[in-house]
Write a protein that binds this ligand. Sequence first.
Ligand SMILES: O=C(O)CCC(=O)C(=O)O
Ligand SMILES: [Fe+2]
Length: 160
Amino acid sequence: MGIFVDSPHGAPNHVLINEYMPGQGIMPHEDGSAYYPLVATVSLGAPIVLDLYTKRKSEGQEGQDEDGAEERRPQFRILQERRSLLVTTSGLYTDFLHGIAESTREKGLGPESVCNWDLLREKDRYENGWFDRATRISLTYRDVIKVAKVGNKFKFLNGR
Ligand SMILES: O=C(O)CCC(=O)C(=O)O
Ligand SMILES: [Fe+2]
């Protein structure tokens, strides 16, 4: 697809595999400056909703939120279907936090609340406004900007 052509290595050099059982999620966070600001996420197995929150002024580089970002209402909700690809870049990467709620059921789904509603392939599965979570696996492809040289790694190991 060539989406990484402008990234430092011209391709992803890192893939993270996460598994979410029903009830599991990930706290709102940002992925930070160690990566080129482009993430390609493949979802497998089951759909899940990704919540996007605007960053507060108090939220620094780390994206840690002392007063509980998970309590806030998300600015955008993206329904990630199984076998879908989500590309996150630019302002959405740098100015928003993303997270997945620790719930067993996704609720309140519809064209008003889900920003990619018109792009869904299995819309009939969500038309009633909810679905129960099932095990979902995600593959997140990124370009790590600074990759340690092997020589430096050996130096570090010898120094211990
Ligand atoms: O599984 C996902 O879709 C998101 C994972 C994530 O945000 C991360 O690993 O930084
Ligand atoms: Fe993330």
